[in-house]
Design a protein around this ligand. Structure first.
Ligand code: NAP
Length: 349
């Protein structure tokens, strides 16, 4: 067994980690950290539990410790669910102390020697780990997963990027409130409403998507060269991000070929049969009113992205349109980090 800890274990993403690690066959949860406000309390007393399952036994009685590597003993991998400003300071400290940090936070994602990875999309970027250790003199290392809305988009773009020539991608998101964390969006702001701005989100989607689909050339990732333009919106949905995607191709395409490409898409996690890997990373729904967040976010235990309304645009030539739904705190956060850790455990540790 590999001993693991969660940094920021009391938050929205931290809770998902606990749920997903509750019965993991290879990763043993031993340590939970949070802010000084929570440190010293039993987990069940420190957390405002929001998931619709009981707090797993494995976590209930663990005493939460401060997010400090000196407080964390005998742990191989820490999952980071910390706010980005805190992550920027403490994640390097954990890596320096010899631990593998699998992070959800944005802080280190675009550092040139830190892999930003979706295992089905760009597992080869993990080669940057060697450079990172050399550059920084760390025994451990940091690997990041992208932002929640980017993960779902990039998973659907990968098979298309491999088969067609993409010119421009426009994406309009309808993002769940859990994406902003427990204290993120006040109910008075979102009930009966929609907020047409999420700070920093559009830039993350535009930059991270091209980075994920970019080529690792020696020690540098050269971003993919098509255009991505995002418009991000918060909606009154608890979990599950929906995205309307418009792709301008450079050549005519056939919708059946697009569907085939989604349907057949598999990556390294499926080949290696990793525990958290969905059998089908992309699920196609043919009904005209799907996907919907409440009905499709839990597909493949929340690890698959569901795509529907795949069609040619009637107005713009050579333009493909579809809608996707992905679970933002599972595939878009905790599940993504756990799959990264399973891959690291298989090919690096
Ligand atoms: P959250 O609900 O606000 O939880 C934040 C966690 O960090 C809590 O455990 C909190 O502990 C801890 N924390 C806060 N200040 C701290 C400090 N000064 N020192 C140590 N720990 C501290 O946030 P979240 O939604 O889970 O997001 C966590 C990270 O994941 C963020 O970087 C976010 O951008 C990223 N992310 C989130 C999603 C999503 O869908 N929510 C998706 C992808 C990525 P206390 O309870 O003690 O305050």
């Amino acid at each position: 067994m590999v001993n693991v800890g969660i940094l920021g274990a009391t938050g929205m993403v931290g809770q998902r980690f606990i749920e997903l690690l509750g019965d993991h066959p290879d990763l043993e949860l031993t340590t939970l950290t949070a802010s000084k406000r929570s440190a010293g309390k039993k987990y069940e007393d420190a957390v405002t539990w929001y998931l619709d399952c009981k707090i797993p036994e494995i976590a209930r009685n663990i005493t939460v410790v401060d997010t400090d590597p000196n407080e964390v003993k005998d742990v191989d991998i820490v999952f980071s669910a910390l706010p980005a400003d805190i992550a920027r300071i403490v994640e390097p400290q954990f890596a320096e102390a010899g631990m593998v940090v699998a992070s959800n936070a944005a802080a280190m994602r675009m550092e040139p020697d830190v892999p930003l990875v979706i295992p089905e999309v760009n597992p080869e970027h993990l080669e940057l780990v060697e450079l990172q250790r050399k550059n920084r003199g760390w025994d451990g290392f940091i690997v990041t997963n992208p932002n929640c809305s980017t993960i779902a988009l990039a998973m659907t773009l990968k098979p298309l990027y491999d088969q067609f020539k993409l010119e421009k991608v426009y994406v309009s998101t309808m993002q769940a409130v859990s994406g902003a964390g427990y204290n993120g969006v006040p109910s008075m702001a979102i009930v009966d409403n929609l907020v047409p701005f999420i700070g920093g989100e559009e830039e993350k989607m535009e930059n991270e998507t091209l980075h994920l689909l970019g080529d690792l050339d020696g020690n540098t990732v050269t971003p993919a060269s098509f255009g991505v333009s995002a418009s991000c919106h918060r909606v009154a949905v608890l979990d599950g991000h929906t995205e309307a995607v418009f792709i301008e191709m450079s050549e005519e395409f056939n919708v059946d070929e697009v569907k085939k490409s989604f349907h057949e898409f598999q990556g390294l996690p499926q080949k290696l049969d990793l525990y958290s890997a969905p059998a089908a990373p992309i699920i196609i729904r043919e009904e005209e009113n799907r996907p919907q967040p409440r009905m499709d976010r839990n597909a493949e235990h929340g690890m698959a992205v569901t795509v529907g309304r795949i069609r040619k645009d009637n107005v713009f030539n050579k333009t493909l349109k579809y809608i996707l739904v992905g679970h933002n705190t599972i595939r878009g956060a905790a599940g993504a980090s756990i799959l990264n850790a399973e891959l690291i455990n298989e090919i690096i540790l």
